[in-house]
Design a protein around this ligand. Structure first.
Ligand SMILES: [Fe+2]
Ligand SMILES: [Fe+2]
Length: 243
């Protein structure tokens, strides 16, 4: 695996061929998005698909008697329990992806020499275990409200789609450890903010106990993010200092 950023015969940029630059700029001017043409037809087609498409899915009704009662109470208070279920399912899906991302990152770590002094594998294992614990917390939370933690809700499906790119990045054999960390950087930023929003949603829907339990996860996510930042900077600076 290539761990060093090197200068090579990269011809993807416009400056690799000054001769063609002028012609290329002329073409890109002609193809500006404001000019009617095939591009606008594509936008119109995409809009018609977006208007006509079915929803990503739905939220199943509460599965248990306790849950039915609870959701009834929420309904009386004016809350719509499916919204809370959907947001918990979203976080649940993301935490599941988090476990998989760290599993994949551990493979990259094992395939790379000389990382341990900057990124100890045990730290990655610890974060992976945190993500798995967060996943379990959300499963229990969903069950305590009478929801089905195995259901693929609309927001969970959206999370699954977004996570595909992150998984692809870490699993690509050509991406080195530092490049793979970009996926974890995006994931941890989302983790921190995702928990913060879920805490607020839990509070505003009257689930204060859940909000308290979620706060511990949010604090752990802040540590994850701090670690990922430290590692990205550490590895980049180590590379800057190379002969
Ligand atoms: Fe997490
Ligand atoms: Fe995390």
């Amino acid at each position: 695996m290539e761990t060093t950023t090197r200068i090579g015969m990269n011809k993807t940029g416009i400056k690799s061929s000054p001769f063609d630059t002028r012609a290329l700029l002329e073409v890109s001017d002609e193809a500006a998005p404001s000019v009617p043409g095939p591009e606008s037809e594509l936008v119109a087609l995409k809009m018609s698909y977006a208007k006509e498409a079915d929803a990503l899915g739905s939220v199943p009704p509460p599965a248990t008697v306790k849950g039915t009662v609870k959701s009834g109470v929420d309904a009386i208070k004016g809350a719509r329990p499916q919204v809370v279920f959907d947001k918990i399912a979203e976080r649940l899906a993301f935490e599941r992806t988090g476990v998989r991302l760290y599993e994949a990152l551990l493979v990259k770590h094992a395939a790379t020499d000389g990382l341990e002094s900057i990124v100890p594998a045990a730290e990655l294992v610890k974060i992976r275990d945190d993500e798995a614990a967060h996943f379990r917390l959300l499963v229990e939370s969903m069950e305590s409200l009478g929801g089905d933690p195995t259901a693929q809700t609309p927001c969970a499906a959206a999370t699954g789609i977004a996570g595909q790119g992150l998984m692809q990045l870490v699993n690509d054999p050509r991406t080195n450890f530092l490049q793979s960390l970009q996926a974890l950087h995006i994931a941890e930023l989302t983790d921190v903010d995702g928990w913060a929003m879920l805490i607020e949603i839990a509070r505003s829907s009257g689930h204060t106990k859940l909000a308290e339990a979620f706060q511990r996860a949010e604090q752990q996510e802040e540590r994850h993010l701090a670690n990922v930042r430290k590692w990205m900077l550490g590895l980049t600076k180590a590379e800057l200092g190379k002969a």
